[in-house]
Every structure is written in C-alpha cells, then in structure tokens.
Design a protein around this ligand. Structure first.
Ligand code: ZN
Length: 349
C-alpha cells in the first residue's frame, strides 16, 4: 500500500486516518526516525491532505482543488514550511518571530495565528528540529502551549533525545523506522524511471541492501564513486592493525571530491559515518543479514573486540555531531580516525 506516494510507513498512515476520522488530529506532532526514511515527505503529504478542500476517504488529498494545486507548487498560503539554512548550525530565531525590524510581525509563530487564507486549517512543518537553538525553541514553546484552533504543527527531527524536553513533552511523538530493503529498491527504481536514467537491476539490488533503510543513502549509492569508496572503506576497516593514516587520507579525498561546497561534502561524510556505524553496531549486536562480503569482513574484525567497537561508536557519533556543528571536515576526520586506530586512548582520556 502506498499512501500518496509514501511507502513503508503503513502503520503511521493508519494511525493518522483513525485520528482524522475521530476528529482527533493533534495540535503538534514530533516526527522522529533515522534520516532519509521519508519523514519530511510524509509531513508534507499530511499537510496537503489536511488542507485539501475535497479530501478523499483514507485521508487522501484530491490533488485537483485549489488547495492541492498550491500545496504541490509549494506556494500554499496555509502550509508553512521552515528548515535550517545550509550555512547555519541552528534554526534561526528570525524563522519563528521575524528579524529585528519585524519582531512578531513575521515568522512562523506570527503567521500561524492568522486566519487560514483558504478557510481550512493552517499547518506548519518545521524540518531539522534536531537543530533548535534555545531561544528559537523558547519562542515556539508559547505557540505549542496555546496552539490556534485547528492549526497543526509538525516537527521533523531524528530522535526524541535530541529535542529539548520542553518541546518533546508538548508534542505527540510519531516514530518512523528504517524502510525495508525492497521498499528502498522500488522507490529508487521509480525515481530513476521518472528521471529517465537507466539503472541496472544489480545496482538497484545493492542500493536497497546497503542503504540501511534510508532513501537519502540509497540515492547517494547510485553514484559509482560512492559505491567504490564504500567497498574501499569496508576493506580498510577489516584490516588489523587498522590503517588509520590510509583511512584518514582516503576518507578526506572522498569527501573533498564532492567539490568545494560544504553541503555535498557533509553529505559524503554522512554516508561514511552511516556506513561505519553499521559496522560497529553490527559487531556488537550481530551483523545485518543483508550485508555483503566486505561488510561481513569488517564486522567480523570489529566483533573480535567489542570494547573497541563500542569506543568507535562513541567517537563516530562525536564526529557526526562535529560535522553538524560545521567544524572543519578534515580536522574531524583526523581526530576520528586517530580514535578508531587506538580506541583505548579515547577510553582512558
Ligand atoms: Zn484537494
């Protein structure tokens, strides 16, 4: 079953349909789950359904009314979408209450108080909810405490632990899980057909299996350079002693090959981080069945020393947080690979 093009989250779809039928759509939701599984797409599809002027059974937007047309064009006056700018570490305060000259005369918290332009609901979708600054969160808090009638605010983050407790406690938490490999494969196949690019069946299979349930990761794996580096990375991780210098050098080269811009570089670093986390976690709790030979070899090497795998997870999560905070990618890679090479140093330190 695909609900408005959303695959793999049927239980959540049923939950919203049931809530809608009972008139119990909440004022605020917090969507959490791994990156790339479709939380943002789900939020926008839900926003379109909730504002549709001729909704179909099953909380499906008609796709033809004035509201749906504007939702599809991204110009709906009652659907408010905000996200963290690429060059900012946190969601800027201005997004919520306007800049200095327009305090509380602009921004999401102001707009949501306005009467719906099309007479239905107002829906606000806040992407990157992991990246609230304290002051932005405090501004939103007032809106979450006294939400306007029929308004729905959807926050899209990754884990409840990354949200400020004050925000988390005011939202209904909806948990998204990684997509099954076959769903990833079929979505990627459909996307490549729509883009008129031919992707062979073996590549689609590999994308589905190695993406860890993330469409974002699967899309990156369509790039042969990324797939080649993945294999190289797993080979290095399987070697003992761990070749830390080579690992740092090759990872840096891979990340820099994405170009001079920071966002594609961070996307490549993200895929490195996801890949190695799969290895370390697999070493501790058993490898995923879908793993290929390079992955199984790397997992086996780390499974021999669970303490080292555990330290490596901590170091990798710290590196991921540093990347999010815009620390220099090369510096992060050097520090991170040094810990992987000698995990006990990190433990004692
Ligand atoms: Zn409609």
């Amino acid at each position: 079953m695909a609900w408005q093009g959303i695959e793999g989250h049927d239980a959540i779809v049923r939950r919203f349909i049931a809530a809608h039928e009972r008139g119990r759509i909440a004022g605020s939701y917090l969507f959490v789950g791994p990156p790339g599984v479709g939380k943002g797409s789900f939020a926008l599809a839900l926003a379109k359904s909730l504002t549709c002027q001729a909704p179909q059974p099953g909380l499906v937007a008609c796709g033809a009314c004035g509201s749906c047309v504007q939702a599809d064009a991204g110009s709906h006056p009652d659907i408010d979408l905000v996200r963290k700018p690429d060059d900012k570490a946190t969601l800027p305060l201005e997004l919520f209450i306007g800049d200095d000259e327009h305090r509380m005369r602009e921004g999401l918290c102001w707009r949501i108080l306005l009467r719906p332009a099309l007479g239905g609901r107002k829906v606000a979708v806040i992407m990157d909810a992991d990246h609230f600054s304290e002051e932005s969160a405090n501004c939103l808090l007032k809106t979450l405490e006294e939400p306007p009638d029929a308004a729905v605010i959807i926050l899209v983050g990754t884990s409840p632990e990354r949200q400020l407790p004050t925000i988390r406690s005011r939202c209904q938490v909806i948990r998204f899980t990684p997509l099954p490999a076959e769903v990833v494969r079929s979505v990627i196949e459909r996307e490549s057909q729509a883009a008129a690019t031919s992707v062979d069946s073996a590549t689609l299979d590999a994308c589905g299996r190695h993406a860890g349930g993330s469409l974002t990761r699967a899309r990156l794996l369509l790039d042969p350079d990324v797939t080649a580096f993945r294999t190289r990375l797993l080979e290095l991780l399987a070697r003992r002693p761990l070749p830390g210098v080579e690992l740092a050098r090759d990872t840096t080269a891979f990340v820099e090959a994405a170009g001079k811009e920071a966002p594609p570089r961070r996307a490549r670093m993200r895929i490195v981080i996801d890949e190695v986390l799969d290895v370390f976690r697999g070493a501790i709790r058993g490898a995923p069945e879908a793993g290929d030979a390079p992955q199984r070899n790397a997992v086996a090497a780390w499974a021999a020393d669970p303490d080292a795998a555990s330290s490596a997870i901590d170091a990798t999560l710290a590196a991921a947080a540093d990347i999010d905070r815009f620390l220099n990618v090369n510096v992060v890679i050097d520090a991170w690979t040094a810990v992987l090479e000698e995990p006990r140093l990190a433990r004692s330190g």
